[in-house]
Structures are given as structure tokens and as C-alpha cells.
Write a protein that binds this ligand. Structure first.
Ligand code: NAP
Length: 475
């Protein structure tokens, strides 16, 4: 770990033992360090400590909580390079993207440091003269989060920052593949003044064991999860027994639509960032491309030129655009979706080279049909299936023909079509002539089986607050 200058960031690290988990670099397969495993008893103890910490944190004025969050934000910025290197080592994304994620993750801390001071209540005109009605907003209490490996920092700050801003505590279980960034970030939170018992990282031996405790322990009043729809469903079922509040940021299957009146160069630029960022491993990644028959060949040809220029390799090397995928199971799954699509008639625009390790060559597939598995399933890799369409009606039907409803994108220069299509797409987010939609100032989240709740924006803090109605009689 000589690449990390601020050794304090690694102070959580432990040696190899039965109580530690080895974290491997997906670019090389080498072990880069060991993270501590939290036993069941330790998790139960952490929940009790978290309860006490939450009570005193909630008693502090919002301005004081805000100041601590501002300091945490500043420390992320000061340690941007170290955090980015650690992230690339454990997650594989190119260093420039990792630096971008540190900034993106930090932006949620800054945003919610500001929102902490604006958790206003309301006065309500009373139905009779002798009453006065109003609402106040209060923190939910002790909360928990389970996060994925594809954005090891941002998926945590989108939850922890609003929770702390609202006056909640949070226990966080990061993904087994990328726990180091989570622990390092928590070290910076403590340095900023976040009490150690207020924000606790727990890494159980088994994810399911931690999930079980988080969903059934009565002290935990809310669970926020980002990950697959399969696990999200399970956690919602488990939370039902206790009627626990949940926020779910789940899988996606984003359509990327190019109409015949689109600016093709701009659509190609949007397709590149939307599809190939993080080697195609983002929940808002374009998963399937629908291109109008009149511009199909022109779009595919320019898209192909741009994809051939992508450099695959170790994310620590200068100029690399596509790092490895996260693990062998992910690589196998992506390859089998591509093989099956080719068997069913899809055509790659260039011959597919077998790459060693966890690397995959980016691929565009032409002549894809809407009913292929590669269209209905989340690919989560650098593969772009392109489907041809003729009418807006058939396009809308195909675009909405999925259980998912997270992100969608379309390119058109026709203002009437823009409004019609934007309203017809059954998605929580629509990028119009834009391939990058995520920002801390806008509400991120899905409809249908892509989830419940919103992260970021003014709505993000509502997920961690209860509304209490006060009725004053006898006036
Ligand atoms: P995953 O398998 O659902 O894992 C996500 C997290 O859940 C990990 O921390 C994992 O722990 C944990 N987990 C797994 N099984 C569990 C169980 N039975 N009980 C409790 N926790 C459990 O998802 P993934 O494949 O790693 O991540 C990719 C998925 O996340 C994709 O579907 C993607 O679209 C989605 N995602 C959604 C958003 C969004 O904002 N909507 C953002 C990013 C990713 P271990 O790592 O220890 O197994």
C-alpha cells in the first residue's frame, strides 16, 4: 500500500486471520490488504452504541451537525488522490474515474451539510378557531445501509450524509469486494468530528447474516439498500415483520434511444459515457440501444469508431478507459449473454478478442432483436446491443417493456417529440440529449422494480426524517 500517502486512512487494516477478509485487486488478482470482519455479537453491541450516539447527535443544533459534515467534505477533497488510488486498487475503475467518484461522493456530503439547516416544518390552517396545527420533522433514529461495489464511496455518502444531517446514526455494510474505501472514508469522518459510534462500518462473515440483523433488529428503524433487485426484494420481505422503513436503489435496464432527428455526433458522445463508464458497471448504464432505421447505419458506424479507440487495461495506467470487471462471475455472465445473443443472430461490429484475467473487450452488437436475453437482462459490462426501430409507438412499447424503471436516455431535436417521449417513458430519470444525469442536486431513484425512494436533492433527507403532526387545542 505504498501508493497511499496518508497512512491514517489505512489504520483499520488488519492482518490475515479467520477474522479478516482479503481484498484483491481485480486488475492483477493480487491481495491488497485485509479488512476486519465484525462478529454477530460485535454488530449487536454496535447497534446499542449507535443508539446512544444517535440520541446525543440529534440533540445538537443543525448548525453544529452541518459544520462536522462540511469538515468531512473538506477531508475527502484533501485526500482525493489517496482515496482514488485505493478505490482503483480494489474496484478496478480507471484512476480518473475514481477521482471523479471521490468528488461526486463528496458533493453529497456538502449538499446535505447545507440541507441539515433547512429541515423545516409547516403551519397548517386549522379547521376550527380554537386549534393551532403544525408539523415538525424529526430524525428516524438508528439507521442501516447496505451498499454495492460499483461506486464504493458515492453509494455510501448518498446515504450517510443525509442520515447524519437529519440527526440519525448509521451502520453500514459495504460490499465484500470493496470494503477498503468504506473504512477509509469512515476514518476521515471521525477525523472531521463524527462520533465513532454514530457511523459504524460492519463487515459480517456473511452478507445475509448482516442483512438479517439489519432488517429484524427493533432498534434499527430504517434500512437503505443499493444493489440488485433480487436482494432488494429479499430485504423488503425481511423488513416487513418489523414494518421497518426502507429505501431501495435497485437494478436498471436503461434504454438509450436515437431518433432520426437526433444530432448523431452528440448521441454517440452520450452513448460512450452512458455505456462505458466504469466498464459498463453502473445501474444507470445504457443497457440497450434503439436506433431509428433511417440513422441506424450512420450511428453504428460512428459508435464503432469511438469504441475501437477505447483502451482496456489496469486502471492505474495513464490513458486506460476500461478497467477489469469486478470478478470472474461477472465476466462469465457478460460473456454468456454475448455468446447467446450471437447464437440468436446478433453480429459484433468487430471480432471479439479473448482477454486474460478480468478484462473484456468492449463490444457493439448489431442486428439485435428486442426479445433477446441481452436486452431484457442487466448486462453490467462493456457491451452495447443495438436494435433498429421504425415508429415512435413501437419504440415506446419496447422501451417500457421491462420490470425496471431507473434511467432512460433519448436523443431528438424535435421539441414536440421531446415532451411526448419524456412523459411516456416509465422511468425515474430521463436524460434528454445527455448521457450523464447523476448529480447531488437532482433526485436519483427509480420506479417499478428499480426501487423506492430518492437520493440526493432536497428529497434525499426526507428518507431519514419522520413527520410529526402537533395539534394545539384550547386556544
Ligand atoms: P448485490 O448482490 O445485490 O449486492 C449489493 C450488496 O448487498 C452487497 O453489499 C452485498 O454483500 C449485499 N448482499 C448480498 N446478498 C445479501 C443478503 N442476502 N442480505 C443482505 N445483503 C446482501 O448487488 P451487486 O451485484 O453487488 O451490485 C450490482 C447491482 O446493484 C446491480 O443490479 C445494479 O444495478 C445495482 N445498483 C443500483 C444502484 C441504484 O442507485 N439504483 C446503484 C448501484 C448499483 P456482499 O458484497 O458481501 O455479497
Amino acid at each position: 500500500m505504498h501508493l497511499i500517502n496518508n497512512k491514517k486512512l489505512l489504520s483499520f487494516m488488519v492482518s490475515e486471520s479467520d477474522n479478516s477478509i482479503a481484498v484483491n485487486n481485480p486488475a492483477t488478482g493480487e491481495c491488497i490488504g485485509y479488512a476486519p470482519i465484525t462478529s454477530k455479537d460485535e454488530i449487536l453491541d454496535a447497534i446499542e452504541r449507535s443508539k446512544l450516539a444517535q440520541q446525543s447527535w440529534a440533540e445538537q443544533p443543525a448548525k453544529a451537525r452541518s459544520a462536522v459534515l462540511q469538515q468531512w467534505y473538506q477531508l475527502l477533497l484533501d485526500n482525493q488522490d489517496d482515496l482514488a488510488r485505493l478505490m482503483t486498487l480494489e474496484q478496478g475503475k480507471p484512476l480518473a474515474e475514481a477521482k471523479g467518484e471521490v468528488m461526486y461522493g463528496a458533493s453529497f456530503i456538502q449538499w446535505f451539510a447545507e440541507e441539515a439547516k433547512r429541515t423545516y416544518g409547516e403551519t397548517i390552517p386549522a379547521p376550527s378557531g380554537d386549534k393551532r396545527l403544525l408539523t415538525i420533522r424529526q430524525p428516524v433514529g438508528v439507521t442501516a445501509a447496505i451498499t454495492p461495489w460499483n461506486f464504493p464511496i458515492a453509494m455510501i455518502t448518498r446515504k450517510a450524509a443525509p442520515a447524519l444531517a437529519a440527526g440519525c446514526s448509521m451502520l453500514i455494510k459495504p460490499a465484500e469486494d470493496t470494503p477498503l474505501s468504506a473504512f477509509a472514508m469512515a476514518e476521515l469522518a471521525y477525523e472531521a468530528g463524527v462520533p465513532k459510534d454514530l457511523l459504524i462500518i460492519v463487515l459480517g462473515k456473511q452478507a445475509a447474516e448482516v442483512g438479517d440483523i439489519f432488517t429484524t433488529h427493533p432498534t434499527i428503524r430504517k434500512l437503505s439498500f443499493t444493489g440488485s433487485t433480487r436482494v432488494g426484494r429479499l430485504l423488503m420481505q425481511q423488513s416487513a415483520g418489523d414494518v421497518k422503513r426502507t429505501s431501495m436503489e435497485l437494478g436498471g435496464n436503461a434504454p438509450f434511444i436515437v431518433f432520426d432527428d437526433a444530432d448523431i455526433d452528440s448521441a454517440v458522445a452520450g452513448a460512450m459515457v452512458s455505456k462505458f463508464r466504469n466498464a459498463g458497471q453502473t445501474c444507470v448504464c445504457a443497457n440497450r440501444f434503439y436506433v431509428h432505421s433511417k440513422v441506424y447505419d450512420a450511428f453504428v458506424s460512428k459508435f464503432d469508431t469511438a469504441v475501437r479507440a477505447l483502451k482496456v487495461g489496469n486502471g492505474m495506467q495513464e490513458g486506460v478507459n476500461i478497467g477489469p470487471v469486478i470478478n470472474q462471475a461477472a465476466k462469465n455472465n457478460i460473456q454468456s449473454l454475448v455468446d447467446k445473443a450471437i447464437e440468436q443472430g446478433a453480429e459484433p461490429t468487430s471480432s471479439i478478442e479473448e482477454l486474460a484475467g478480468l478484462y473484456l473487450q468492449p463490444v457493439i452488437l448489431k442486428n439485435v432483436k428486442h426479445n433477446m436475453d441481452i436486452v431484457s437482462q442487466e448486462i453490467f459490462g462493456p457491451v452495447a446491443p443495438v436494435i433498429c426501430f421504425d415508429t415512435d409507438e413501437e419504440l415506446i412499447e419496447m422501451a417500457n417493456d421491462t420490470i425496471y424503471g431507473l434511467a432512460s436516455y433519448f436523443y431528438s431535436q424535435n421539441v414536440h417529440r421531446v415532451w411526448k417521449v419524456a412523459e411516456a417513458l416509465q422511468y425515474g430519470m430521463v436524460g434528454i440529449n445527455d448521457g450523464i444525469i447523476s448529480t447531488e442536486v437532482a433526485p436519483f431513484g427509480g420506479v417499478k422494480q428499480s426501487g423506492i425512494g430518492r437520493e440526493g436533492a432536497k428529497q434525499g433527507i426526507d428518507e431519514y426524517m419522520d413527520i410529526k403532526y402537533l395539534c394545539f387545542g384550547g386556544n
